[in-house]
Design a protein around this ligand. Sequence first.
Ligand code: MN
Length: 142
Amino acid sequence: MKKRILVAEDNEDMALILHQLLESHGHEVTLARDGVETVEMATSQLPDLIIMDITLPKMDGLQATSRIRRNPKTQAIPILAVTAKAMEGDQQKCLASGCDGYISKPFTVKELRGAIERLLKNPRQEPQAMMRRSESKPFKTR
Ligand code: MN
């Protein structure tokens, strides 16, 4: 099924790879280069899914996610965080800020695809690690 996916990624190579990969999976992709642009594009485009790099200029992915969650127009959009480090603390922060799941770089095509499909199928499920499960259950406000 074709979905509209907003990719927030400031690294040119990673943005290009994600763009081509997601398009090859049949999705329509738009790119945001920083956190401010991501919030603006999320609001104007209302995508089906956001893939959110956490390390973004101007406003990081955690702040951008919090803003998207606070806006009634955008609060239900599934957000998949992409963390640079496979650190438990970072992952918990992602979930606390309102992301629905995360994957850690480096990830495989299969991991990315699996995480996206799970989120698109069950967007309102409890937040969870898409690839690596964590024992502690994160607090969720929505
Ligand atoms: Mn980055």
